[in-house]
Each structure stands twice: as C-alpha cells, then as structure tokens.
Design a protein around this ligand. Structure first.
Ligand SMILES: [Zn+2]
Length: 178
C-alpha cells in the first residue's frame, strides 16, 4: 500500500497534487525485481467525482538477457494515466445495461478518502516489462552461435572437400599434362 490522502483534492475540482517521490513497493511482485526505488513524477488531478493520476515513472528492474542469460538492470520509462473513482460511482457504472469499455476500468477511492497508488504502479510495471530483454547490442547469442558455428563448419567443410577434390583433380590433370 502506498496511500495518498485525497480529501482536499476531492473538494475542489481542478486542483492538482504533485507526487514526485522515490517510492519503494511494499509488496514484492513475482513478475519483476526492482533494483532501485521507483522515481515518480506524477500529478493527481481532481475531476468531477474522480481523480486522474497522470505522469511518468522510472522503474529499474533486474531482468535476464534473452540471448546470453545474464542478469542485468534495465530502466523502464513508464507513462501512467489511470482514473480513480468512489466505489459508489463504479457500482453505478456496473449497473448500467451496456458493455463496459476501457474507460470504465478504474481504481477505487477508499471510503477514508485515500487512494493506493502501489497497485497502479505494479500493474503498469508488469505491462512495461520487456518480452525479450537483451543485455547489450553487442550481446552474442551463445547457444545460437554455437549451433550456427557447427552448421557453418559442416557446410564449409563439405565445400572445402569438394574444392580440394576439384583442386586435386585439376592438379592431377595438370600433372598429367606436364
Ligand atoms: Zn546478453
């Protein structure tokens, strides 16, 4: 939980609260390992009956290289834009006889007028995780190159063999001609 009190914000539509802090997640996620506190640069904007959390977060995660398997740190710049609503408002939406769209997905403003931004941060980090992280542009794919090397050697060996054969034949012909 990373709770932020929002009573004052809710009272005045248009008011803004800046969140520029280094945040450490209380609950570790199974999906990622943070190596540094999150750098947040967020604005919490009071709209009518809802709050908009908007801004950027820099997460530094430890990932394994998809090529060589080495663990390394990667910075993930993440843009965040999420809406918080009172639970009563969300239920009101759910009651309507229509399909729920993306605009209806939102987080809850708790009854004690606080919001928890930890879950928002966690979900956004998971979505930003690289599918195939590569440790560096110079990273050599160890296993793939080994396979290619073997394949390449076999082929060039065959080629050499054919060329040698040709060569020796030519040599023989030349020898004979001499
Ligand atoms: Zn690598």
């Amino acid at each position: 939980m990373y709770k932020i009190p929002v009573s004052e914000l809710l009272e005045e539509v248009g008011s803004i609260k800046e969140i520029a802090e280094a945040i450490t997640l209380e609950e570790e996620s199974e999906d990622f390992v943070l190596t540094k506190p999150l750098k947040t640069k967020l604005s919490l904007i009071s709209l009518k009956d809802s709050l908009l959390l908007k801004g950027s977060v820099l997460a530094t995660v430890q990932v394994s290289c998809a090529r060589c398997g080495k663990d390394f740190e990667q910075d993930l710049p993440i843009n965040i834009e999420e809406v918080y609503k009172k639970e009563s408002e969300i239920l009101h939406f759910d009651d309507r006889d229509r399909e729920l769209g993306a605009e209806d997905l939102c987080f809850v403003i708790e009854d004690d007028n606080t919001i928890d931004i930890e879950e928002v941060l966690r979900q956004n980090i998971i979505m930003a995780l690289p599918i195939k992280p590569i440790c560096s542009i110079n990273c050599t794919p160890v296993q793939a190159s080994f396979g290619e090397l073997k394949k390449g050697n076999a082929l060039s060996g065959l080629k050499d063999l054919l060329e040698n054969k040709k060569g020796s034949e030519n040599g023989c012909t030349k020898e004979k001609n001499k």
